[in-house]
Write a protein that binds this ligand. Structure first.
Ligand code: PMP
Length: 295
C-alpha cells in the first residue's frame, strides 16, 4: 500500500506514510467505532477523475454522524484534499481510502478526539473479470436494528471478513449474504443484481449498504431503458436467473458465474449487466469537478 516515498494525509498534515502514527489506545482499534470509504480515481486526458467524489465524502460524513464522530472537514474540503493527495503521489488510476477514527478512550460513548487519515495507492484489479463462483454465506448481514448497516462503519467489516474467508476456504470466490429475514442482501463488499428476461432485480435499501455504484448502475439502466426492480429476493429466485453480478467501487461490475454451484445460463456479453458495465467504464473517466482536476 505504500513505499518510503508515499505521502498520506493525517489531521491536516502531509506526512510520509511511515511517519503517520496512531495510538494503541485508540477507541476504534478496540471497539470498531471508525468509519471509512473506498473511492477510485480514473486516469483521463486532463489528469484524472475521482469518481463520485462528493457522494463518497457525503457518505463518509453521514457514517461519521451515525457513529457520533465529529469530522472537522466538509465534503468540498475532503474532495480538494484528495485531489492534492493524488497529485503529491503522482497517482492517476488509484484506490483512495479515507478513514475517520476515534482517539485514545476506553468508554462506550464517542471519543471527543476524532482523526482523519487519507491514503491512496495505485489500483490493481480487485476480483478481476473472471466470472465469480459464489456461495450463499452462512453469515447474515448485521441486523439493521443492531447497528447502522447503511453506514460504512469499521466494525461492520468483521462480518464481511468472515463471509469472504468462509467462501474462499470452501473453494468459492465470494459469499452472498442474506438478511435477517433470509432474503438476499449483498456481497461482503458489493451490492447484488440479477437479470431475468431482460429485467434487473436488486434488494431494496434497508438491510444493505446502498452502494454508489449500485445507484450509478440504476441511473445508467434508466438511460438504456432497462427496467430495474428493487424487491426482496429469495435464493430460489436467483437460481432461476439468466445472469447475476456484483457492483461496487472496487469490483465495478463483476459477473457471477454460479451460486452454490448452480450456473447462470445467460451469456454475460449479451446481458444487460454487461452493457451497463461498458457504459460505467466510460462514465468513470469524466470529471464531475472540473476546477479540481489535476494535470
Ligand atoms: N456493500 C458493502 C458491504 C460494501 O462494503 C460496499 C463497498 N463500499 C458496497 C456494498 C458497494 O458500495 P459502493 O458501490 O459505494 O462502493
Amino acid at each position: 500500500y505504500y513505499t518510503k516515498d508515499t505521502t498520506v494525509f493525517q489531521d491536516g498534515k502531509w506526512l510520509k506514510a511511515a511517519d503517520a502514527k496512531a495510538s494503541l489506545y485508540d477507541q476504534t482499534l478496540h471497539y470498531g467505532t471508525g468509519v471509512f470509504e473506498g473511492i477510485r480515481s480514473y486516469k483521463n486526458e486532463n489528469g484524472c477523475n475521482i469518481f463520485k467524489a462528493r457522494e463518497h465524502y457525503d457518505r463518509l460524513l453521514y457514517s461519521a454522524d451515525k457513529m457520533h464522530l465529529k469530522v472537522p472537514y466538509t465534503t468540498e474540503e475532503l474532495v480538494a484534499i484528495t485531489y492534492q493527495l493524488l497529485d503529491k503521489n503522482n497517482l492517476r488510476d488509484a484506490y483512495i481510502r479515507p478513514l475517520v477514527y476515534s482517539g485514545p478512550y476506553m468508554g462506550l460513548t464517542p471519543s471527543d478526539e476524532v482523526h482523519v487519515f487519507i491514503a491512496a495507492w495505485e489500483w490493481a484489479k480487485y476480483l478481476g473479470y473472471k466470472p465469480l463462483n459464489v456461495m450463499v454465506s452462512s453469515y447474515q448481514r448485521p441486523n439493521p436494528k443492531s447497528c447502522h448497516v447503511e453506514a460504512k462503519v469499521v466494525g461492520h467489516y468483521t462480518n464481511s471478513v468472515l463471509a469472504t474467508t468462509e467462501a474462499k476456504r470452501l473453494g468459492y470466490d465470494e459469499g452472498l449474504l442474506l438478511d435477517m429475514h433470509g432474503h438476499v442482501a449483498e456481497g461482503a463488499g458489493a451490492n447484488f443484481f440479477f437479470e431475468k428476461n431482460g429485467i434487473l432485480y436488486t434488494p431494496p435499501a434497508g438491510n444493505i449498504l446502498p452502494g454508489i455504484t449500485r445507484a450509478t448502475i440504476m441511473e445508467l439502466a434508466r438511460d438504456l431503458d432497462i427496467r430495474v426492480v428493487e424487491k426482496h429476493i429469495t435464493v430460489d429466485e436467483v437460481y432461476e436467473a439468466d445472469n447475476a453480478f456484483f457492483t461496487g467501487t472496487a469490483v465495478e461490475v463483476a459477473p457471477i458465474a454460479s451460486l452454490n454451484g448452480v450456473k447462470f445460463t445467460g451469456t454475460w456479453e449479451d446481458s444487460a449487466g454487461y452493457n451497463l458495465y461498458m457504459m460505467y467504464r466510460q462514465k468513470v473517466k469524466f470529471s464531475e469537478y472540473q476546477g479540481l482536476t489535476i494535470v
